[in-house]
Design a protein around this ligand. Sequence first.
Ligand code: XIL
Length: 395
Amino acid sequence: MNMKHKAFFLLVTGLAMASFAPCSNGNAETELLSLKNTYKNEFLIGVSVKDSQFMAKNPAETAFVKGQFNSITPENLLKWDAVHPQLGKYRFEESDRFIEFGNKNGMFIIGHTLVWHSQTADWVFKNAQGGDVDRETLLARMRDHIQTVVGRYKGRVRGWDVVNEIMEENGSLRKSPWQKIIGEEYIAKAFQFAHEADPTAELYYNDYRLEVPGKRKGAIALLRKLKAAGVTVTGVGLQGHYDLNWPKPQEVDETIADFGRLGLKVMITELDVDVLPSRPGGAGNADVSRKEAADPKLNPYKTALPEAMQQKLARRYAELFGVYLKHRGTLSRVTFWGLTDGDSWLDNFPIKGRTNYPLLFDRSYHAKPAYFAVIDAVPVAPVNSPSQPQPAVRR
Ligand code: XIL
């Protein structure tokens, strides 16, 4: 067993006893095998979280988040419908606790997300008569939302997904209510309002399937235009909702390089690897409005993932992190969309009630072969260990 894997035993033993808590002096923590320590010289390693994972309802789970990751994104609780459910009414109880957790633990907090077409209540786009609201009113609502939310967490949230999923597959702008009512300018305005509310925060455009050349081309043209107009955009988030075959490593490589050439930071913001069969056209299509009918053939691993598939997933993660490491410097963060397989949205998207295995930890918080593949992707000189590392089979 090499030193990295040996240290992991300390972590899982501690979790099993539900008594693990990183030592406040930091020494014990650095002895543990963790994603964040392994990647500390490369890029941030983040995870999306929900309330049970930071509200000490389950201390072992919270310790796990703190032990493995140095950046957190709220899976749902900062979306418009969560913090701003009615006109003039904001709700910050959950998000305040989330921010407090991240700040207390020195984590790089991501605000997800300010302007999106989904999880935004209808009232935002409607007038009192139920028709479309006028342009000026919608701009005013957007400004109020951004200034209130970003302003509240000024200096505490380090980066915001300002606009989410704004492009169509063919590289044109998505015909969202934002686009239809305000026009293209809504994008520049969203960045402007966010920058005014917190000039120190990093500001991102986040989207899926930017690895598709046509969509990427449209995004690059848009970002060039924003830059030329003096709009503050810090980076681009590639959501990273992948499967075992799509995208090819070369497509990921080119995508990071293309955005990097614009002088932007690039992040993988919602990484997961779907291992279940999909209907044609499903790969990486994270359009949340997709809903497909159940079919037992599309849910083949109800009780467990076969070992051959575990290894395939591990190789896929190794391949992806090989590309990510090539781009250290440009790539500033890799965030997983969920802590364990049991938390993943892919258990219910695009088909409800399936058993998926897209992440690094299984439903019992055990590290999967994919975890060790990600750890082993970082080359380190072995210390007091055999020259050939043992296979990563601890499950
Ligand atoms: C998903 C959440 O994981 C689900 O819990 C929720 O029901 C729908 O949204 N792209 C995004 C994320 O930017 O916010 C989405 O998260 C997944 C796709």
